[in-house]
Design a protein around this ligand. Structure first.
Ligand code: GRF
Length: 204
């Protein structure tokens, strides 16, 4: 059964196009969730502005206001609890998540990455795919674990790398798929249909 009461938080550091796709999916009722809060480590992140425009609480937490990553995640956790959040979606969130959040939200933190993991983790995944000469790249939604871009894979979409592609043109083509699969993956979670078996995520 869909759980329309899933309370979602999005953590974003920048542009927020994935956040926007999630907002759109909720408004169009393709995603049964309540966007409870958007949190950013950047005061000027366009993602915060997008949230405000849609009446979603938008919170800037200054990493410089606390000492260390764990303390920062504790501040995030406080916000998540205040907003009664059940699932956290990282969307262009440029900070490493520590045990503080991982332990509080086991297998309830997702991330989206612009490659077919485990290929091309880390920064500039689109440029990495071009530099490697890959013919196909894509995007991955996965549960977050301690490593960078590791964690059980929930959903992937393949995207062709075309002759003459630049990092920007490939990024734009991959983004279209990101915007589609992130909401789909969150909807599967909302419906209670994701079963984690070791590294595998089975869709029930
Ligand atoms: C996306 O490519 C996402 O896969 C990666 O960072 C980018 C964020 O873009 N993790 P946006 O802020 O959602 O537009």
């Amino acid at each position: 059964m869909p759980d329309p009461s899933l309370r979602l938080a999005v953590l974003a550091s920048g542009r927020g196009s994935n956040l926007q796709a999630i907002i759109d999916a909720i408004e169009q009722k393709r995603l049964q969730a309540i966007l409870a809060v958007v949190i950013s480590n950047k005061a000027e992140a366009p993602a915060l502005e997008r949230a405000r425009k849609h009446g979603v609480p938008a919170v800037f937490l200054d990493p410089k206001a606390v000492s260390g990553r764990e303390a920062y995640d504790a501040a995030i956790l406080e916000q998540l609890r205040q907003h009664d959040v059940g699932l956290v979606a990282l969307a262009g969130y440029m900070k490493i998540v520590t045990r503080v959040l991982l332990d509080a939200y086991p297998h309830r933190i997702m991330n989206i990455h612009p490659s077919l993991l485990p290929a091309f983790p880390g920064l500039s995944a689109q440029q990495q795919a071009l530099d490697w000469g890959a013919k196909v790249s894509g995007c991955t939604v996965h549960f977050v674990e301690e490593g960078v871009d590791t964690g059980p894979i929930i959903q992937q979409a393949a995207v062709p790398v075309l002759e003459g592609d630049t990092a920007e043109s490939l990024e734009a083509r991959i983004l279209q798929q990101e915007h589609r699969i992130y909401s789909e993956a969150i909807q599967l979670f909302a419906e209670g249909r994701l079963a984690i078996e070791g590294r595998r995520v089975r869709v029930k």
